[in-house]
Design a protein around this ligand. Structure first.
Ligand SMILES: [Zn+2]
Length: 173
């Protein structure tokens, strides 16, 4: 996820790019070969991970920016060649050590950084632990099983996660 002027050279032929109006927006365009760079939001697969033992779900403390030190739902960006569910399973295993079973889609939310130059789409799924043991790794530094009420007391990194939890909690009761 890069700023508009960050594509300095053509990805196809290496010529210097120009910013030009193209399909009704300012976009990096190559004056030599005509390559147009289209920016698109990245898809984030995000999980509300529950377990059989109780009504709690997993919050993780972020070890990397954005939101380093703050808490959020585990998840990450969908890589090329993966389905959303592939990405969900991979990210949760990396961050928490759990194999998960995907359940219902809780919702889809657009998100932006402060300057609106970076954009993503979060797809939030209800999931359940299917195996494995809690093992913090990847870009998480801590994890806790929490109730919805308890989660709201944590400094959450993303408004999107708060909103997803609100929708999920309402549906569960
Ligand atoms: Zn070019």
């Amino acid at each position: 996820m890069l700023a508009l002027d960050s594509i300095k050279f053509c990805l196809r032929c290496g010529h210097a790019m120009e910013l030009r109006e193209e399909s009704e927006r300012l976009r990096p365009v190559c004056p030599r070969c005509g390559y147009v760079h289209y920016f698109a939001p990245q898809i984030a697969a995000v999980a509300i991970v529950t377990r059989d033992a109780d009504e709690k779900f997993l919050l993780v403390q972020r070890g990397e920016n954005p939101g380093k030190g703050l808490w959020g739902l585990p998840g990450g960006f969908v890589e090329m060649g993966e389905t959303v569910h592939d990405a969900l399973a991979r990210e949760i295993l990396e961050e928490t050590g759990y194999a998960i079973e995907s359940g219902d889609l809780v919702g889809v939310w657009s998100f932006f950084n402060d300057t609106r130059k970076i954009a993503g789409i979060a797809m939030v799924y209800a999931t359940r632990v299917a195996g494995g043991e809690l093992r913090i790794a990847s870009d998480s530094v801590n994890a806790e099983w929490v109730t919805y009420e308890r989660a709201l007391e944590f400094p959450l990194a993303f408004e999107t996660h708060r909103e997803a939890l609100r929708v999920w909690a309402k549906r569960e009761t």
